[in-house]
Design a protein around this ligand. Structure first.
Ligand code: SF4
Length: 341
């Protein structure tokens, strides 16, 4: 049963130039102990989707509609007080850049303990510091007792990201949202953090939503994949299905443009052009201007998401037989993506 279920989520920003529909009809669900990857280019709406669900966007400058159900509660309609109790306690988020999320003037221990005591007023200060120490040890920080006294600038980038993960997990959240948590890290530290999230998912049975632009990371970590383009979901499926049988031209582009993994003839496949302006999006398929297979119907009719028997949904007007033929060509890339790096 889904722990987090999102249906027809729509988020609009009100700008001086007009309304921007940054998220347009997004639906997906996450079960306990499952990792769902949300994939797409910068600006496709993946981070805005999760900020909308956590109600972290300015109500003055944006509006969100649809449904986001967590454990039977509709996050979009519950009172602010209830939402504050859920946020950080039951649903927490690891941000992309720990340097902008950790307060530079407070010691690590103070910041972790504050995250804990915000939701557990009864816990003593001593017990809170003990718990913070245990959590630093759980995320692989050596000498955790001493580290509690460190300031953020005294730690490496990888260590700071581990501290962020410890803070996000200190209240045993049921849902963990990780927004490109490894983007600013070197490859070795990135691998360690991914391993850590995998281990914590197993130990804490948290549901994880992992936001990324990297299909290689998705292959290593995720159970389900949601591919977003220009505010919409264009394809979603179990991870093996996405790599064995990718069905959308944009997913083919993402697969083909992974560095070091091309079509086998030294030609790096890339998606030409750039995403459309969401101030005035195309009437039909939003990917049309960049799609090598576009047809006249794509210009006028927005493709609907069609779900098949294997829980694989795709929004594209192409003939399913043609898509399957194309998918076979991309399967060879997918196999290389899934090889250990
Ligand atoms: Fe390309 Fe048309 Fe499919 Fe859009 S609907 S991805 S333009 S073929």
């Amino acid at each position: 049963m889904a722990l987090l279920e999102v249906k027809d989520l729509q988020t609009t920003f009100f700008t001086d130039d007009g309304a921007v529909r940054a998220v347009d009809g997004v639906s997906f669900s996450v079960e306990a102990g499952q990792v769902v990857g949300i994939v797409g280019e910068s600006g496709c709406g993946k981070s805005v989707t999760m900020l909308s669900i956590m109600r972290l966007l300015s109500a003055r400058h944006s509006a969100t509609t649809g449904m986001a159900s967590f454990d039977g509660e509709d996050l979009l309609s519950i009172p602010n007080k209830k939402m504050r109790e859920i946020r950080g306690k039951q649903i927490s988020k690891i941000f992309q850049d720990p340097m902008t999320s950790l307060n530079p003037v407070y010691r690590i221990g103070v910041q972790i303990v504050e995250a804990l005591r915000l939701h557990d007023k009864a816990i003593s200060r001593v017990a809170a510091f003990d718990r913070a120490e245990q959590m630093l040890a759980a995320v692989g920080i050596p000498s955790p007792r001493e580290r509690l006294r460190s300031y953020p600038h005294e730690l490496s980038g990888g260590m700071r990201q581990r501290v962020m993960i410890a803070m996000a997990l200190i209240n045993d959240p049921k849902v963990l949202i990780a927004d490109e948590p490894t983007t600013a890290l070197d490859v070795t530290t990135q691998a360690q953090i991914l391993e850590l999230i995998r281990k914590l998912r197993n130990e804490f049975s948290s549901a994880v939503v992992f936001i990324t632009h990297d299909l290689g990371v998705v292959a290593e970590l995720c159970d389900e994949v949601v591919v977003m383009y220009a505010g919409k979901v264009v394809e979603s499926a179990p991870v093996d299905e996405i790599f064995e049988n990718p069905q959308h031209p944009y997913t083919w582009g993402l697969l083909g443009s992974l560095p070091g993994r091309n079509l086998g003839n030294d030609r790096l496949y890339s998606v030409p052009g750039s995403p459309p302006s969401l101030l005035d999006p195309p009437t039909g398929c939003r990917f049309m201007a960049r799609c090598a297979h576009a047809m006249s119907i794509c210009e006028t009719e927005p493709p609907l998401e069609i779900l098949d028997h294997s829980e694989h949904a795709v929004a594209c007007h192409l003939d399913p037989g043609f898509r399957t033929t194309q998918a076979i060509a991309f399967r060879s890339i997918a196999n290389r993506v899934q090889e250990p790096r």
